[in-house]
Ligand binder design. Structure first.
Ligand SMILES: Cc1cc2nc3c(=O)[nH]c(=O)nc-3n(C[C@H](O)[C@H](O)[C@H](O)COP(=O)(O)OP(=O)(O)OC[C@H]3O[C@@H](n4cnc5c(N)ncnc54)[C@H](O)[C@@H]3O)c2cc1C
Length: 488
């Protein structure tokens, strides 16, 4: 062993000992089996290496870890629930790194019913925060399939979206402030909960969506909304995507902008769900051209009032509109959930989509967004291109936000290996550019989309991002090699 290597290994052993001193020996993992779950991403495409996984208990410990690693030149990769889909939460083998897991920072510090805000630590699992708000008669609206495992720190770091953005916005829009540890170890306390604070550059907005490259979010204050008094959940078969978007506008107009979810689930996806999970039956008889899972919620007492037949006002309004849409030919069929169980079944189906597509066969997933008026144009052109190149496609999406999860798939590995994936990606990205779309709507860049980021992000924006990163993290210790591609 060379002298330099011996010194490096001694230095690393010293750092690991110091980490144990900060968080306690029980919260520093160094064995391969203890670390393996932290070093493999959810998609099982990325496998990392680390000198240790460290689990601090509070913001002071996070600060001490960052100072220690900064002094030793060791990279830090923050990790929440490790459900990210871009490979951003696992360290690269290129540098000695630690995984800093927020999994012990799970305190919900306070909930103000009058101010309708909640302060929670970064490691709180999304579903737990939702349940906590609900127990106080309030709603934390962020929701998607990984809600039982992802954390609010990860949600902020990726600016996660999900199914309710159409009404409530993405994670960043729900956040009123954060507490964070910056790359020099200083603690930034921005948990004021202010709704207005024009005092210059907003660090909160820099750290949201930064995927751990500018610091570690340790807590956040979020806005809460009233719980809907009544909700209507329905599965619609629409004549086309344009007909669905026309219906979305009408539903918004008639219900005072109360659409909470408008999720695209066409027939090929329903078939893939049925194949992976035979118990999850398609909600409608016969093939569905353009399926939409619709949820409308209202906290107005008048919408929750029931008539003599037992139907509430919101449901009656929507049924009238559905009849009109059927008469105009925009809607082909619809089923309205009649019970909480039927509602849960519809959502279970929606939240099983990603696993169903992964079970279908090898796949490549685009997470794109488009102006609403250009979605059908993209689908028509890209479906034709993909078919001509030999791919099958499975497309779902948060249609109300113009966000499509467009997957190129094949049923077996040999066929997939022979398909021109790079050509299909180039066609999709060209099309997106022509239509003013984005190549990353909500899952982030991580390590999976660095090449696309380099090719398609405006050079002026990339240069500004690099300058901000250099200014805040001159040693490049915070999640290096993720989000920002190196300059060539
Ligand atoms: C079944 C399924 C469905 C999904 N559906 C959606 C969806 O509809 N919409 C959507 O947006 N996403 C979706 N995702 C992706 C994923 O759940 C989100 O990106 C989520 O926000 C990640 O949270 P996490 O705690 O798991 O973060 P992780 O995976 O642990 O980390 C993600 C990134 O954030 C960084 N990070 C984590 N915690 C912190 C912190 N405290 N401070 C700074 N940086 C941090 C990591 O370094 C990494 O770069 C889905 C994932 C799955 C598996």
């Amino acid at each position: 062993m060379s002298e330099a290597r011996k010194i490096a290994e001694t230095a690393i052993a010293d750092v690991v000992n110091d980490l144990r001193g900060i968080v306690g020996a029980a919260h520093v993992f160094t064995g391969a089996s203890d670390m393996s779950a932290y070093l493999t991403d959810w998609t099982k495409h990325y496998f990392g290496m680390a000198i240790a996984v460290v689990r601090p208990a509070d913001v002071q410990q996070v600060s001490a870890i960052v100072k220690l690693c900064g002094a030793a030149g060791i990279a830090i990769v923050p990790q929440g629930g490790n459900t990210g889909l871009a490979g951003g939460g696992v360290p690269s083998a290129a540098r000695p790194s630690i995984v800093l897991s927020l999994s012990r920072m799970t305190t919900i510090r306070e909930l103000h019913e009058a101010g309708r805000t909640v302060v929670a630590e970064a490691g709180v699992v999304l579903e737990i925060l939702k349940d906590h708000a609900s127990a106080h008669g309030l709603l934390f609206p962020l929701s998607f399939g990984a809600k039982g495992s992802c954390t609010i720190g990860g949600n902020l770091a990726t600016n996660a979206g999900g199914s309710n953005v159409v009404r409530y916005g993405n994670t960043g829009e729900l956040c009123l402030g954060i507490e964070a540890v910056l790359p020099d170890g200083s603690i930034f306390n921005g948990l004021t909960g202010l709704r207005k604070d024009n005092t210059g550059y907003d660090l909160k907005d820099l750290l949201i969506g930064a995927e751990g490259t500018l610091g570690i979010i340790t807590a956040a204050v979020f806005k809460l909304s009233p719980q809907p008094l009544t909700q209507v959940t329905a599965f619609l078969s629409m004549a086309s995507v344009d007909a669905a978007l026309h219906a979305l506008n009408l539903i918004q107009d008639r219900t005072g902008q109360s659409v909470e979810a408008f999720e695209y689930l066409p027939q090929p996806v329903l078939s893939a769900i049925g194949k992976a999970f035979p118990a999850l039956k398609s909600p409608l008889q016969g093939p569905v051209e353009t399926g939409v899972l619709l949820e409308v919620g209202s906290s107005r007492v008048s919408d929750a009032r029931t008539d003599e037949a037992g139907a509430n006002h919101l449901t009656s309004e929507l049924l009238i509109l559905f009849e009109e849409l059927m008469e105009s030919g925009d809607m082909i069929d619809a089923v309205v959930a009649q019970s909480e169980q039927q509602r849960a079944d519809l959502w279970h189906m929606r939240e099983s989509v990603l696993e169903s597509i992964m079970a279908y066969g090898p796949s490549y997933h685009f997470d794109i967004s488009l102006p609403l008026a250009r979605i059908s144009g993209f689908l028509e052109a890209m479906d034709a291109s993909a078919a001509a190149l030999g791919f099958e496609t499975l497309t779902i999406g948060h249609l109300g936000d113009g966000n499509l999860h467009y997957a190129l798939v094949s049923q077996d590995q040999d066929t997939w290996n022979a398909l021109p994936l790079e050509e299909a990606k180039a066609r999709a990205f060209d099309l997106l550019k022509q239509l003013n779309g984005s190549f990353s709507a909500e899952h982030g860049i991580g390590q999976s989309k660095l090449d696309v980021m380099r090719a398609l992000k405006e050079p002026a924006q990339l240069d500004a991002m690099r300058a901000i990163k250099r200014a805040l993290d001159p040693q490049d210790i915070m999640n290096p090699g993720r989000l920002i591609p190196t300059a060539e």
